[in-house]
Design a protein around this ligand. Structure first.
Ligand code: DAH
Length: 337
């Protein structure tokens, strides 16, 4: 039996055949089991002799079976690994990535600069009340400036905000007379302009507001100089020209040295060497007062800039409509700027 079993085991080629032989010899009705079961019928002298032989045979068969089993297990694992091999040399399929819109890029950059100077970013609604957009900014009803800005009215008292300045008022209300107030506010604004290369009925502004004790015009100038140096390069200079806004007194328009020619004069700056980038001034005492800040104790400065204009200057873009057309050929150029 031993020879027969070992001979047959030698011939097996897989686990299934091995299992069949295990049943044939060692199973419940197996040949060897049969012999062990018949031991009771043997005489007392035969029993240990036959028992010992039977155990040796069982050990031999089991030994071969487990060795073969191990062999098949290894072979199976090797086959599986070979079959499931991943070809890592296959080129991947690139996932198309979007890029940050140039206007958002400029907004992020401006935010970073002012956050670095301790400002917080505030927001306000695009659908705004007449009170915040005009009245509380010292533009009372019938003020001629309200005709200057032709606006999209929803009702007589509600309109699409024409500038981000109403966020100044909302911020002062929210702060309830606390100082310091140091915010910038980016956002969309709306005007009834006919769209062309330099006008859009929706565009983007960034507003700034600082209120504290003892804020002076020199603080405004120093802040803006620091800003333009970081934004356009350390060599950039600024120039303040007297101007008028109802919500600031005094008011100034701010120019920077042309980043195209460095100030020597070119087509972009119309040979002047300067580019206008924002409006600013000291917050008008009436504006402070209306929003709960005593102008005898507190003072502040404010400024507002057009994001499209800055992006156009910075990237040399010649038509404002490029920002809104979503032409991928345009947008992709900013993927790595
Ligand atoms: N709101 C003005 C505009 O849209 C821009 C502006 C000018 C904002 C002077 C200010 C400022 O905060 O002080 O034309």
């Amino acid at each position: 039996m031993r020879q027969a079993a070992l001979g047959e085991l030698e011939q097996t080629a897989n686990q299934q055949q091995l299992d069949e032989l295990r049943v044939k010899y060692l199973g419940k009705k197996g040949a060897l089991t049969e012999i062990l079961r018949g031991m009771g019928a043997l005489s007392a002298e035969e029993r240990p002799v036959i028992g010992q032989v039977a155990n040796e045979v069982r050990a031999a068969i089991e030994g071969v079976i487990s060795a073969k089993q191990e062999e098949y297990r290894k072979a199976e694992t090797a086959n599986k690994l070979r079959a499931e091999t991943i070809d890592v040399t296959l080129p991947g399929r690139p996932v198309p990535l979007g890029s940050v819109h140039p206007l958002n890029k400029v907004i992020q950059e401006v935010e970073d600069i002012f956050i670095g100077m301790g400002y917080q970013v505030a927001e306000g609604p695009e659908v705004e009340q007449d009170y915040y957009n005009f009245e509380a900014l010292n533009l009372p009803k019938n003020h001629p400036a309200r005709d200057m800005q032709d606006s999209f009215y929803i009702t007589e008292e509600i309109l699409m905000r024409t500038h981000t300045s109403p966020v100044q008022v909302r911020t002062m209300e929210r702060m309830k007379g606390e100082v310091p107030v140091k915010i910038i506010c980016p956002g969309k604004v709306y005007r009834r302009d006919d769209d062309d290369a330099t006008h859009s009925h929706v565009f983007t502004q960034i507003e700034g507001l600082v209120i504290d004790r003892g804020i002076r015009m020199s603080d405004l100038k120093g802040t803006l100089l620091q800003f333009v140096r970081e934004m356009f390069g350390q060599e950039t200079k600024i120039r303040m020209r007297p101007s008028f806004f109802p919500f600031t007194e005094p008011s100034a328009e701010v120019d920077v040295t042309c980043m195209m020619c460095g100030g020597s004069g070119c087509r972009t700056c119309k040979q002047s060497g300067w580019l206008e980038i924002l409006g600013s001034g000291m917050v008008h005492p009436r504006v402070l007062e209306m929003s709960g800040y005593d102008p005898n104790i507190y003072s502040g400065f404010a400024f507002g800039m057009g994001v499209e204009r800055i992006a156009m200057l910075k990237y040399g873009i010649d038509d404002i409509r490029h920002f809104y057309m979503n032409d991928l050929r345009f947008l992709r150029q900013f993927a790595r700027v």
